[in-house]
Design a protein around this ligand. Structure first.
Ligand SMILES: Cc1cc2nc3c(=O)[nH]c(=O)nc-3n(C[C@H](O)[C@H](O)[C@H](O)COP(=O)(O)O)c2cc1C
Length: 183
């Protein structure tokens, strides 16, 4: 199973970076992340072999991490030089063990150096799930074109009207500004 996390890394120059990434748990101690080769995450992982995977049920950190209008609020991890997002459900501090490129995606195998659970997951919300899908599609517009994004975005607008709150409406507004929305 793949879990969507906020993966933070750091550049050689010390700049923090946060990006939504899928993370697959291999076993008790290892996880796999597959960043595209054109991502900042991939560049950082080639320079510095550390990362933090933050788990949250809040949608805004995912959106900020794609829009790059601001860094998600965060605090320093204990064992690796990367940030944990504020108010996480939990996080894993990761040490890179193997890195290779397969086509246009990296294959980054990490050992879990430290792991903590902080609070329960709030529960599924249909608006947030739909926004996450629209956000994935927004990051692939340059490859797939705008139509797949528009389909997800319209669905996210509809479900946010029915089941979302303030945070979700802000998330949609930010994605709309990034992509030009349905215009
Ligand atoms: C839920 C979600 C999951 C994503 N999973 C991945 C992934 O596994 N690999 C990847 O390269 N990009 C993934 N993306 C897209 C990146 O987050 C996006 O391209 C981001 O801008 C990369 O940031 P960076 O250049 O700072 O690394 C995902 C996006 C979302 C919203």
């Amino acid at each position: 199973m793949i879990i969507e996390v906020l993966l933070s890394t750091k550049s050689v120059g010390g700049e923090d970076n946060f990006a939504p990434m899928g993370m697959k748990r291999i076993d008790e101690t290892m996880v796999l992340v597959r960043p595209f080769r054109d991502s900042r995450t991939w560049a950082n992982l080639n320079e510095r072999g550390f990362a933090v995977a933050s788990i949250t049920d809040s949608i805004l950190p995912f959106v900020h991490a794609v829009v790059k209008d601001r860094l998600p609020d965060h605090f320093p991890a204990y064992l690796v030089p990367c940030g944990v997002i504020e108010d996480p459900c939990g996080w894993a501090e990761l040490e890179l063990k193997r890195i290779s490129l397969e086509g246009d995606r990296g294959h980054c195998l990490f050992e879990i150096a430290y792991e903590e659970s902080r609070r329960p997951f709030e529960g599924f919300n249909r608006s947030r799930c739909a926004i996450l899908e629209a956000l994935v599609a927004a990051t692939r517009i340059h490859v797939r074109g705008k139509e797949p994004f528009l389909e997800e975005f319209r669905r996210a607008v509809e479900l946010t009207d029915r089941t979302g709150g303030e945070e979700e409406r802000l998330a949609l507004r930010l994605i709309g500004e990034l992509t030009g929305g349905i215009g």
